[in-house]
Structures are given as C-alpha cells and as structure tokens.
Design a protein around this ligand. Structure first.
Ligand code: GLA
Length: 381
C-alpha cells in the first residue's frame, strides 16, 4: 500500500509525501457505553488507513482518495464542507483543529486503506485519526495531546457527519498498542493497557456484509433515550452526570416516569458498564470462559434491550453458541457489520466452515472472515 500511495503522490504532486497511518479497532466488550460515561475495552487492529501528506505552501488542501479514485480540493477556513462523503472527515479534522486554536495550512495528500467499510471497524475514525495525528505533527509540532486529537475526530463526526458518537473509536485508533487492549473510563479519561494474548484461543470477526439503512439516526436515537433516562434519575440523585453513574435500583425508581423503551435502553447500559469490569477481572485470572459468557450477555442485551442487532447478526450469534464458541456478540454500533468471536483453537476451523456455509445458505451471500491482530494505533512511518 505504501508504494502505491507514494507513487500516486509523486504523479500528482511531483515529490514524495510524509507517511502517516492509523488503525481501525475492535472492542472486546463495553458497547454503547462511551457516550454514557462508562467503560469501553477496545484495541487497534491490523487494518487501517495510510496517507502521504506534505504542506504545499498555499491555503488549499488537495486530497486524493486512492481506493475511490476521487479527488477533492478545499480552502482552509470557510465553513462549507466539500460534498464527497470521505472528504468531510478530512475537512472536519482541519476545522476542528482550527477551532481549538491550532494551525492548519494547505497541504497535499493521498490516502488509502484496508478497513472494510460499514463493517463496524471504524474506518472513519482511522481516517480522522490519521489526519489529526499528521496535521498535529506537520503544523503544530505535536503540541495537541493525543486525547484532544481523539476529540477532534469525535467532533468531526458530530459537526460534519451527523453522528453523535462517543470517544471510543478515535481513542482506540490513536492510543492503540500492539498486543494490548485498553480499558478506558470515558467519563474521566483514565485508561489502562491490558496485554491480551489468550493462549489457546483466537479472536475472529465475521462480517455479515449488511449495513442497515438509517443506522446513524437510530444510533443518535439510542443516545437520546439514554440521556432522557439519566435526566429522570438525576432528579432523585443529583450527582448522576451520565447514565453510567446510576445504580440499577435508581433506574427502577423512575420506571413509571420514562417510556418502556428508554427503560430497556438504560437497563442494558447499566449492565454493560459492570460487564466491562467483570471481563477485566476475569482476564487477570486468565478466565476466558467468564469473558466469553459476558460477551454472550452483551449480545443478548444489544439484541433484546438496546435493539441494535439484526437477523443476520443474531443468526451468527446463535450459530456460535451451537458450535461451542466461548464468546460471541455483535460489535460496534450495530445494525449490521460484524460479530466478534472468541474461539478455542481446536474449534476454529469447524466454526468458520459452519458459519460460512449456514450463513450463505440462509442469506444468499457469504459472510467475510477477518482474523484480527491487535496492533499499534496512529503513527508516523
Ligand atoms: C460506534 C461509535 C462509538 C460507540 C460504538 C458503540 O462505533 O462510533 O462511539 O458508541 O458505536 O459502542
């Protein structure tokens, strides 16, 4: 990929660019907890975005997206986003750096990537993080700290792409470290690396290759439900800033005041925050059976209480249980994308063969299988 990117950069701009990269992410557990101030437990993966970039001494940004074979130009400053979807991420990152008093001047860029789109592996966060990291390095002498760079990516989603996401994806993409998952407290920003080398097990993603329409607006609606539930609880318990601060009992107290739908959403979140902590404890004992059981519980919650699963994902989850897979659940925002599976080495081949065969039989297209390796996040190459 490196050579192809540099070759295109030279063709377009007559010189070499400086190479930067960032990664997609997985999340072992802790889904839809980030915007509720709870814990998440992600890691960066060996699928990412790479870009060649170089300041061009003008006020114009010139970006070529190699995979899409598309070119976009925009001026630094004016608040009108270009209309190609991918370019909103680059444009947004520039704007968000400027809003924070950082510096961005014109530059040339060519980028490409191998994060499957719409699979729930955060290709957009990888793109934002690559550019945020690079522009910090090129124009700001690295002065913007990495957590702020993650927020720059998150604000790009909020303000230029219409997704009111949490901080998990951009955080994982920037802070990722080879061989480690990171438990992040999304309320305080505290985080801890957990080496993850489950001996005798593999982590594998199975991509349904479906992305249901209106996933972004459904995502934003989930967030609103959680905020309403938290507001109701706050009337009785003033120090509840986020839903993750609430005890289950406190949710029961307001059951009559919120809709049944909001109640179920909140019930899921409060359970999920605890499951992340339980999984971290289990990992410290190398107790993968408990880790796996928690993953199944998360799937149940995401499917029945939070309602972000779909037929294809539920099918894969049931099949995993049948094949005695240790843990399996929908990963990421939901409404399509992947399941993440923790599988014993000796069951791996049979599980994958069965999943591909049965899924194809039922839905008429094959799922994709990704063996992920936990890898480094944003970096200069
Ligand atoms: C998407 C969002 C994240 C997070 C997950 C669900 O990936 O971008 O912030 O909310 O969904 O855990």
């Amino acid at each position: 990929m490196k050579a192809k990117i540099q070759e295109k950069f030279e063709n377009l701009f007559g010189e070499e660019g400086i190479l930067y990269a960032s990664a997609g992410r997985i999340n072992l557990i802790g889904e839809h907890t980030d915007y509720n101030g709870g814990y998440v437990f992600p890691g960066a993966i060996n699928f990412g975005i790479m870009a060649a970039i170089k300041p061009n001494g003008t006020n114009t940004v010139k970006v070529f997206a190699l995979d899409m074979d598309e070119y976009v130009e925009f001026e630094i400053g004016p608040e009108t986003a270009p209309d190609k979807h991918w370019s909103k991420y680059v444009f947004g990152v520039c704007q968000e750096i400027l809003k924070r008093g950082g510096k961005v001047e014109g530059f040339n860029a060519v980028f490409a990537g191998d994060v499957p789109n719409g699979a729930g592996l955060s290709s957009s966060a990888a793109l934002e993080s690559t550019f945020a990291f690079a522009l910090n390095d090129l124009f700001n002498e690295g002065r913007i700290d990495k957590f702020e760079l993650a927020k720059i990516g998150q604000s790009t989603e909020h303000n230029y792409c219409g997704v009111k996401c949490g901080i998990m994806d951009q955080f994982a993409s920037l802070f990722g470290k080879e061989g480690s998952l990171i438990r992040l407290n999304c309320k305080t920003g505290e985080y801890k690396y957990f080496p993850f080398h489950p001996k005798g097990y593999k982590l594998v993603l199975i991509d349904t290759c479906v992305k249901h329409l209106l996933a972004d607006s459904a995502y934003n609606k989930r967030r609103e439900s959680c905020e309403r539930a938290a507001a109701a609880i706050r009337k009785n318990h003033a120090d509840v800033e986020f839903l993750s601060d609430a005890k289950r009992l406190w949710l029961d107290e307001v059951r009559g005041e919120i809709t049944e739908e909001d109640f179920l959403r909140a019930e899921y979140v409060i359970g999920e925050v605890q499951r992340v902590l339980d999984v971290c404890d289990a990992l410290e004992r190398d107790d993968y059976e408990t880790v796996g059981e928690m993953m199944y519980q998360t799937h149940f919650g995401l499917s029945h209480l939070y309602e972000v699963s779909c037929e294809e994902l539920d099918f894969l989850n049931k099949l995993a249980r049948k094949c005695e897979v240790t843990g399996s659940r929908v990963m990421g925002g939901g409404f399509g994308g992947c399941t993440i599976n923790l599988v014993k080495d000796e069951l791996y081949d049979r599980f994958i063969d069965t999943a591909v065969e049965k899924f194809t039989e039922k839905f008429g297209h094959a799922p994709k299988v990704y063996d992920v390796v936990i890898s480094d996040g944003a970096r200069k190459l």
